[in-house]
Design a protein around this ligand. Structure first.
Ligand SMILES: Nc1ncnc2c1ncn2[C@@H]1O[C@H](COP(=O)(O)OS(=O)(=O)O)[C@@H](OP(=O)(O)O)[C@H]1O
Ligand SMILES: Nc1ncnc2c1ncn2[C@@H]1O[C@H](COP(=O)(O)OP(=O)(O)O)[C@@H](O)[C@H]1O
Length: 208
């Protein structure tokens, strides 16, 4: 866990608040945190939700594991410590996006409960929505879109989630998607309905 290294730093508040930005956009700034095994469908569903939100006039943005690891987190691997740091950085980025009023969709395996709970603790009540993208290891392995499970079984990838590294299931997620039984469209619809029911998108339609 990174500690505060800099001293003599002062937090500044602007005159425009998160509430002002939310009013401007006609939506709430939240973090929608998708978690699940590799290949469970996190990215697919997050992208589908993003596209649907755009059609409804809502601003959202997807932070995706693979993509973030090319840039901001390109110095991190897959040890428990590196995954914790990956999730710590991403959760702070997600909080900034949510503070900007954006519906922030994150798609990271985030296999450790403690890391996800630390991410939740950064947000206010109702602002962190944990979505368990549930899919059995067998099915993920069958999909193996990137061929990673095959490599992990062959011992070519160490510390692979579900094979040689743990995945701790969420204990009380806000929503569970069953991607073995649902289509990506059905899963995305469940997420949109949840956001509408919670008033995050007002009556399903945003300002723009
Ligand atoms: N060892 C190991 N374990 C798990 N996943 C691996 C590994 N090595 C590479 N990959 C690829 O990296 C993607 C997961 O990155 P994340 O940042 O989401 O992982 S984590 O949250 O820090 O655990 C994951 O992407 P998704 O399939 O989209 O989940 C894989 O493509
Ligand atoms: N209901 C579903 N939801 C999401 N993905 C699904 C579903 N059914 C099948 N798939 C397929 O499973 C794969 C999931 O890959 P991806 O979204 O990259 O997963 P992850 O981001 O969790 O690694 C895709 O090839 C997708 O087409």
């Amino acid at each position: 866990m990174a500690v505060q290294k800099a001293s003599n730093i002062v937090w500044h508040e602007g005159s425009v608040s998160k509430k002002d930005r939310e009013r401007f956009l006609g939506q709430k700034g939240v973090v929608v945190w998708f978690t699940g095994l590799s290949g469970s469908g996190k990215s697919t569903v997050a992208r589908e939700v993003e596209a649907r939100l755009l059609k409804l006039g809502c601003l959202s943005y997807v932070l995706d594991g693979d993509n973030i690891r090319f840039g901001l987190n390109n110095n991190l691997g897959f040890s428990p410590e590196d995954r914790a740091e990956n999730i710590r950085r991403v959760s702070h980025v997600a909080r900034l996006f949510a503070d900007a009023g954006i519906i922030t969709l994150t798609a990271f395996i985030s296999p450790y409960r403690a890391d996800r709970e630390a991410a939740r603790a950064l947000l206010g009540p109702g602002e962190f929505i944990e979505i368990y993208v549930r899919c059995s290891l067998e099915e993920c392995e069958k999909r193996d879109a990137k061929g990673l499970y095959k490599k992990a079984r062959a011992g070519e990838i160490k510390e692979f989630t579900g094979i040689s590294a743990p995945y701790e299931e969420p204990l009380s997620p806000e929503l569970v998607l069953e991607t073995e039984r649902e289509t990506p469209q059905e899963s995305a619809e469940k997420v949109i309905r949840f956001l509408a029911d919670r008033g995050i998108i007002s009556k399903g339609v945003c300002r723009h």
